[in-house]
Design a protein around this ligand. Structure first.
Ligand SMILES: Nc1ncnc2c1ncn2[C@@H]1O[C@H](COP(=O)(O)OP(=O)(O)OP(=O)(O)O)[C@@H](O)[C@H]1O
Length: 474
């Protein structure tokens, strides 16, 4: 027999069909699971002033949404952001495992509505002790959040961005499964933190995925993570931090800040400054990297000691939006970049073989060419991609020595220190710094390297500091 609180919410649902006219709203669920809830609320800057919902599905969905309306009506924004599925279920006298799904969906919609309302209308008094922490649902950001909570006097609030949803390749995005957003929210609530969800899918598509597709079409080797960190997600979260009166934005990146610049993380194997190099100094000034002095095993130990369920979560390997799908399939589905046969040529333009589309090849690549050429002694010599031409759809190959260069041309150079301070460069994410100097818009390497791929970021260093960034020119 259902608890009488459940029955009461079912009989007299609070806010049912009463989404305020000026409300910010969000939906969760959909055709895949048969339950759909739309939640709307208004905010007066710091407090929820009204809330309502529409539900299409089982009775538990209506009861859960009604309980959520009752819980948040009039509540301060950050208190409302502490309400998750367990609180909603408790307000209904407990829910069976089957019905918990309803509380999860309501919580998904509620937190997105809270995030959207906060983004456009929150105005909390600034506090030097308040930190907004960016939680992805992974172990690094969970430990970053935990370390923030351990600072004396700290007030911590968490945010998760929804960046991408693709029914084909993201099983997690099914409305019936635990998505990364839900995992992050569960972790935040477990630590007693308010949590907001921000739907940043349009900005991510426009600022990261579209340029990634366009770069491939133009024959470049893009690095979407540099764009994402530099122009999309951190900027959005710093804006939210302003709205929430938070002095800092903490993330789980392995990086440090010193003298107002990014500096290498203590763990060179995990250093992520390359991905952050396009950040503006004003953004860097707001960032806090609790993991900057730690190694990954130390982070996992902290997570295990605190019994965080993500302590042993696997490392993310791929670009987030490629998870579960191949790059070729992604380029075809989202960028209409289909296989298109063309010529593999040598440096003199002689055709050596055929390829299946220039966009499958990257400067420096050896595998997948399927050709070798005889060397001076007539022995087969491996061939490397020297360049691609998107217009002619050709791939130029040659021996490894032909890749060797000491001068790399850059574009869109941004520097935060005088050019003569630059003493090294990184031309790929997992590359050790190469001794170098700037010469106008070119970088000149002290020792030759094998081919820099046009489209990748060039990160300019002065000692351990990141002093600028640019794109490698085609
Ligand atoms: N969707 C997201 N929402 C909020 N913050 C995010 C999101 N994705 C990444 N971040 C932040 O950026 C940091 C670095 O992201 P990255 O994608 O490199 O993840 P990671 O190193 O695997 O970290 P984690 O273990 O926290 O997932 C994260 O630790 C987190 O603070």
């Amino acid at each position: 027999m259902a608890d009488e609180r459940f029955e009461e919410h079912l009989r007299h649902p609070q806010g049912h069909g009463a989404i305020p006219a000026d409300a910010v709203h969000a939906s969760a669920g959909g055709s895949a699971c048969g339950d759909l809830v739309r939640f709307g609320l208004t905010l007066d800057g710091t407090r929820v002033t009204a809330a309502g919902f529409e539900a299409d599905g089982c009775g538990a969905l209506t009861a859960a949404a009604s309980a959520a309306v009752e819980l948040i009506d009039g509540a301060p924004l950050l208190d409302a952001a502490r309400i998750g599925a367990p609180t909603i279920a408790a307000a209904l006298g407990g829910l069976s495992t089957g019905k918990l799904h309803a509380a999860d969906l309501v919580s998904d919609a509620l937190h997105q509505a809270l995030g959207a309302a906060a983004r456009s209308g929150a105005a909390l008094d600034p506090s030097p002790d308040r930190t907004l922490v960016a939680m992805s649902g992974g172990v690094d950001s969970a430990v970053a959040a935990l370390l923030c909570t351990r600072e004396p006097g700290a007030e911590v609030c968490a945010v998760t961005l929804e960046l991408w949803r693709d029914p084909e390749n993201d099983a997690e995005a099914s409305c019936c499964s635990a998505s990364a957003v839900r995992v992050a929210r569960g972790l935040a609530h477990r630590m007693g933190l308010p949590h907001l969800t921000i739907d940043l899918r349009d900005e991510f598509r426009a600022g990261v995925v579209d340029p990634y597709l366009a770069d491939h079409a133009a024959g470049l080797t893009p690095n979407p993570c540099v764009r994402c960190n530099g122009n999309v997600r951190l900027d959005a979260m710093v804006d939210l931090a302003d709205r929430l009166g938070a002095a800092r934005l903490a993330t789980g990146h392995y990086a440090r800040v010193s003298d107002g610049l990014l500096a290498h993380a203590a763990d060179p194997a995990k250093d992520q400054t390359y991905m952050l190099a396009a950040l503006a100094p004003a953004t860097i000034a707001r960032l806090h990297f609790p993991l900057g002095e730690l190694t990954k095993p130390e982070v996992r130990e902290i997570a295990a000691a605190a019994d965080l369920p993500v302590a042993r979560a696997p490392e993310s390997q791929d670009l987030c939006f490629l998870a579960g799908t191949g790059k070729a399939r992604f380029l075809e589905r989202h960028g209409r970049l289909r296989d298109r046969e063309g010529a593999i040529i040598d440096r003199d333009g002689r055709e050596l073989g055929r390829h299946r589309g220039h966009h499958h090849y990257t400067v420096g690549q050896r595998r997948g060419i399927g050709l070798s050429a005889p060397d001076a002694d007539g022995l087969p010599e491996a061939l490397y991609v020297l360049g691609t031409d998107a217009d002619a759809n050709t791939v130029t190959v040659g021996p490894r020595e032909a890749l060797s260069t000491t001068r790399v041309r850059l574009r869109d150079l941004t520097l935060h220190r005088p050019p003569e301070d630059v003493d090294a460069v990184k031309l790929r994410y997992r590359q050790r710094p190469l001794a170098a100097r700037l010469d106008g818009e070119d970088v000149v390497l002290a020792d030759p390297m094998d081919g820099a791929a046009p489209g990748q970021a060039a990160v300019l260093l002065a000692g351990e500091h990141i002093v600028g960034s640019a794109w490698i020119r085609g």
